[in-house]
Design a protein around this ligand. Structure first.
Ligand code: ADP
Length: 151
């Protein structure tokens, strides 16, 4: 018998959860698609964040709802603007890996005040996008604890 309190046991469990246990499938677009097409993809795929990749399928940017709204405020033709003009680009992207602790990834979401992180896998000359970790994924941990007392 370890004599650990309920809180200690819960904390121990929380510290074992990895990004891969709660991540979702990423939705990616090419850097050459138009802002118009990215808006369509965001609606059709029902996500709040799109990841932008180059011809090698390496991560080059992120598009949020507000990025697309901002681009829509001007008078430009949205089908003429490629997303690489308006995206947040590497190296300014906050990333995580599937073996990272979920708590650390959640901390990044709060610190950077963003809705999601790309889950990436290092390759020779860049990062491949293998998943998506959002505030919703983190909220699911809370719901699981409340419902089952376990994760
Ligand atoms: P929204 O703008 O729809 O509220 P976010 O809060 O996620 O969504 O995004 C705010 C800004 O941060 C946007 O300009 C977006 O491109 C950028 N951003 C979103 N996710 C990331 C990330 N993982 N790394 C760096 N920047 C990001």
């Amino acid at each position: 018998f370890t004599g650990k309190s309920g809180t200690e046991l819960l904390t121990e469990k929380l510290k074992k959860i990895k990004v891969k246990d709660f991540q979702s499938i990423p939705v990616v677009v090419s850097e050459n698609v138009s802002v118009y097409d990215a808006i369509c993809t965001m609606f059709l795929e029902d996500v709040g964040t799109l990841f932008v990749v180059n011809e090698k399928s390496h991560l080059v940017g992120v598009l949020s709802r507000k990025d697309l709204l901002r681009a829509s405020m001007g008078k430009q033709d949205l089908s003429e603007i490629p997303v690489h003009i308006i995206m947040t680009r590497m190296p300014n992207i906050t990333i995580c890996e599937k073996e990272d602790l979920l708590l650390e990834a959640a901390q990044k979401l709060i610190e950077k005040q963003i809705d999601g992180l790309p889950v990436v896998h290092k390759v020779e000359d860049g990062w491949e996008v293998v998943g998506r970790l959002t505030k919703t994924n983190v909220t699911k941990v809370l719901v699981n604890i409340g419902r089952d007392g376990l994760i």
